[in-house]
Design a protein. Structure first.
Length: 266
């Protein structure tokens, strides 16, 4: 299964016996389970990441007896795993009816936060976060059905982080619709290597929300073609390394900031 192939890949990488390690075996096994990724064409790294995390979660999850007992009634329990322990956070969407001001909370789990890019030229990661977490107004076809009013009403909705994961993943939405065409945004997004404070986006009782960057996935190219590379920070030496196919090189901290960043791991 793909989880076993992934484990073998990790072992080969951490043994340090080779200058580089090919993920060919893992890709072959994973492609049989997810045929979309078996073709030799460019696929979206964020979609691939979510599939890998979901697959590993299913392989390693532990479901409590109480969840198993009610699985037939609810479908199946999601359970917990090393994946949820590391990567899963929770948002709460506070929905306020603009007629009666009643607030309804809607919690939602996440493993990747897809952030809009509010500028075409230059912006910062906090500005992307501000854009994601700013209140939104629901009107017309997007109205909510208010239980207390008994009718559809305009409302505002605001997201907050109620549980932050140990590792939080940001997806910069570089592929967007412009003038009825899907294009890639080449905006330079300035992201900090340290001291990313998420407390402004968190509930009042949530603390210790300061993060440091540990990896970046870069995409060079356009919407239909391109090349993925990665920057990763060594957990012991704290040095940064660039992974570009068979080329693995040590890089400076300043080289980690790039306008091709697509996924950020904190």
């Amino acid at each position: 299964e793909s989880a076993t192939a992934f484990g073998c890949l990790m072992s080969d990488m951490w043994l340090g016996e080779f200058d580089y390690v090919s993920p060919e075996a893992f890709h072959s096994v994973f492609g049989k389970q997810y045929p979309t990724f078996s073709r030799r064409t460019q696929h979206d790294a964020q979609e691939f990441l979510i599939c890998v995390l979901d697959d590993l979660h299913e392989a390693f999850k532990e479901v409590s007896p109480a969840v198993v007992a009610g699985a037939e009634a609810r479908g199946s329990g999601s359970g917990t795993s090393i994946i949820t322990q590391l990567f899963e956070g929770q948002l709460n969407y506070g929905i306020t009816c603009l007629k009666c001001n009643t607030i309804t909370d809607r919690p939602e789990s996440f493993t990747v936060l897809s952030l809009p890019i509010p500028s075409r030229r230059v912006c910062s990661l906090p500005e992307c976060l501000d854009c994601f977490f700013q209140p939104d107004t629901l009107t017309r076809n997007n109205q909510i059905h208010c239980y207390w009013c008994g009718t559809n009403q305009d409302a505002t909705v605001k997201a907050t982080i109620t549980r932050a994961p140990q590792i939080i993943i940001f997806h910069l939405k570089r592929f967007a619709w412009q003038d009825k065409h899907r294009r890639k945004l080449s905006t330079t997004v300035d992201y900090p290597l340290q001291n990313l404070d998420l407390s402004p986006y968190s509930s009042t009782f949530f603390y210790n929300a300061v993060y440091s960057l540990c990896a970046v996935v870069n995409h060079a190219g356009d919407i239909d073609y391109g090349h993925y590379t990665a920057f990763c920070k060594h957990s012991t030496t704290k040095h940064w390394y660039s992974f570009d196919d068979v080329q693995v090189t040590k890089i400076s901290d300043s080289a980690v900031q790039t306008d091709t960043a697509y996924l950020l791991f904190y």
